[in-house]
Design a protein around this ligand. Sequence first.
Ligand SMILES: Cc1cc2nc3c(=O)[nH]c(=O)nc-3n(C[C@H](O)[C@H](O)[C@H](O)COP(=O)(O)O)c2cc1C
Length: 231
Amino acid sequence: MSNSTVDDVIQARMSARAFTSEAPSRELIQHILQVASRAPSGTNTQPWKVYVLEGNILAELCDKVCDAYEAISNNPELADQYKEAYSYYPEKWFSPYIDRRRENGWSLYGLLGIEKGEKEKMFLQHQRNFRFFDAPVGLFFTIHRDLGTGSILDYGMFLQNIMVSAQSHGLASCPQAAWNKFSKIILPAIGATSEEMLVCGMALGYADQADKVNTFQTPRAKVDEFTSWLK
Ligand SMILES: Cc1cc2nc3c(=O)[nH]c(=O)nc-3n(C[C@H](O)[C@H](O)[C@H](O)COP(=O)(O)O)c2cc1C
């Protein structure tokens, strides 16, 4: 099988969960977004809208969401105040997806030395989402609420393009649905209108190669497990 550059970059991409403080330039971020916008979309609707956060705005929003997350952890009844605008995950999990989800979670925690029942450590690790894992750039993605489900499909292609282009420029990323619950805090803070819905967040920056969390490698099912060949 030939070794194309695109294949290599796609295979090298992984979700980074620790970043250095080195900030990518605005020109580079702009370039990546422009390239990513070559993603196809039904009738070329281009449903994406991007917010790039850095510096104080980023830090202040992270503080707010970290506080909200901590408040929920201290008083679970507060969780009802925060709702995702769309269901990213199923309400009721089932095999094989639940098994993969569990394997993913426990492998990551295992790597970090977090054992079952260590709730405080799990809380702190999950809370790192709300600091964009210390990435210098945090991205939020919104979509017009009234667009169809298909536009979310288009959005996924745009997001993957961002991550692949970023990878090709030596940057790392982590797509994050963890933020979605807190759209009530995020949308007004970034200046989004009431017509917009939060799709997800994404951490962007240079991976901290010294942090073991970035050695986490996720498995994939073999082609024959998800493909039927018909002739
Ligand atoms: C839309 C989307 C949302 C995700 N949300 C989170 C998140 O909130 N926090 C996190 O640590 N990882 C998140 N991930 C990363 C997945 O856990 C990761 O993609 C998966 O385990 C495969 O690993 P890899 O990206 O390193 O290949 C998300 C991935 C996607 C595509």
